[in-house]
Design a protein around this ligand. Structure first.
Ligand code: URA
Length: 276
C-alpha cells in the first residue's frame, strides 16, 4: 500500500518563501534557537486547506520532523480540528519560525517588523491559495500575529476576513500549573474556552472533511482527542511512532550550552522486539 507523505515546498509561492526566510538579523540567537533552523508549516499547501491555525513556536519534536505542531500541542490542536470535522483540510503555521529560547523572548520580539513581514507573506500566500473558512490563534502571541496581519497593508487585498477565534494555547495547562490538580483544573478551563471556539466556528465550516453534529469537550481530554499526526503531513520515510507517540524527543545536557545543543530522540520500547 502506498504510504502518503508531504512533498514539501515544491510550488510557488512556497518555493520562494522557504528560500527567503529571515535568520539572525530578525531572530537574535540570544532569544531564539536559530541553530536548529526555521520550521515553516504543517498541512495542505495545495489549495485544499479550509482552516488556518496559528501556533506559537516550534519545540524539540518539530525540530526533528521539520513540521510545526507535531508534539503534544499539535495533537491537541489536531483533536480540536477533528471536532470541527476537519481531518485533512487545514494548514498550521507558527508565530515564530524558530523556537523561543529563555523567558520573555516571544513577547520581546512579537512587534519585530522583519518577523511580522515574513509571517504576513505566509498568511497572504495561504489566504490567496486556499478558500479559508476559519482561522484560529492558539495563545496570546499568535493572536497578536493575526491582529498584526489584519492591520497590515497586504490584508486590504482581501475583501473580508474569515471568522477568527483566539483560543488558549494547547500546552497552557502544563505551563501554568504546579500540581496535578492545578493542571487538571487548567485543562478543564482550557477546554471550556475551546468549546466556545467550536460553537462559533462549526457553523462557519462549509466544507468539512467529515460531516456531523458538533460534540463539545468534556472536562478532560479523552483518548479520541489526541489523534495521530497524518503521514500526509510529514516528510517521506519518517517512522510511524513519530506520529503516534507523545514525548519521544527531549532536550538534555549537563550544562545550559549542552542542553541547547542536544536533542535526544528515543524510539519507544514497544517498537522493538522485547529482549529477555
Ligand atoms: N509546537 C509548535 O510548533 N507550536 C506551538 O505553538 C507549540 C509547539
Amino acid at each position: 500500500m502506498a504510504i502518503p507523505f508531504d512533498r514539501g515546498y515544491y510550488k510557488q509561492p512556497f518555493v520562494k518563501l522557504v528560500s527567503e526566510y529571515p535568520g539572525e538579523d530578525a531572530y537574535p540567537i540570544a532569544d531564539f534557537r536559530t541553530e536548529w533552523g526555521p520550521i515553516f508549516h504543517r498541512g495542505r499547501l495545495d489549495g485544499s486547506a479550509r482552516v488556518l491555525i496559528l501556533g506559537q513556536d516550534p519545540a524539540q519534536h518539530e525540530a526533528i520532523v521539520r513540521r510545526v505542531l507535531v508534539g503534544t500541542a499539535g495533537k491537541r490542536a489536531q483533536g480540536f480540528l477533528k471536532r470541527l470535522g476537519v481531518i485533512r483540510s487545514y494548514v498550521f503555521i507558527n508565530t515564530f519560525l524558530y523556537s523561543v529560547y529563555g523567558q520573555g523572548g516571544g513577547t520581546r520580539h512579537i512587534a519585530n517588523q522583519l518577523i511580522a513581514a515574513y509571517r504576513n507573506r505566509w498568511i497572504a500566500a495561504i489566504l490567496r491559495g486556499n478558500a479559508i473558512e476559519a482561522v484560529v490563534a492558539f495563545g496570546g502571541l499568535a493572536n497578536t500575529a493575526w491582529q498584526d496581519w489584519l492591520a497590515s497593508p497586504a490584508a486590504v487585498e482581501f475583501s473580508s476576513s474569515p471568522p477568527f477565534q483566539h483560543l488558549t494555547h494547547p500546552t497552557w495547562p502544563q505551563s501554568s500549573a504546579h500540581t496535578r490538580a492545578e493542571q487538571e483544573a487548567a485543562t478543564t478551563k482550557m477546554l471550556e474556552n475551546w468549546n466556545g471556539g467550536l460553537r462559533t466556528l462549526k457553523p462557519a465550516i462549509q466544507n468539512p472533511d467529515v460531516a456531523g453534529e458538533l460534540e463539545l469537550y468534556g472536562p478532560a481530554f479523552d483518548s479520541d482527542d489526541l489523534p495521530d499526526i497524518p503521514p500526509d503531513d510529514l516528510p517521506p520515510g519518517l517512522p510511524s511512532w513519530m506520529r503516534t507517540e507523545e514525548g519521544w524527543a527531549d532536550r538534555k545536557g549537563e550544562t545550559v550550552l549542552d542542553k541547547r545543543r542536544t536533542i535526544v530522540v528515543r524510539v519507544p520500547k514497544e517498537v522493538l522486539p522485547q529482549q529477555t
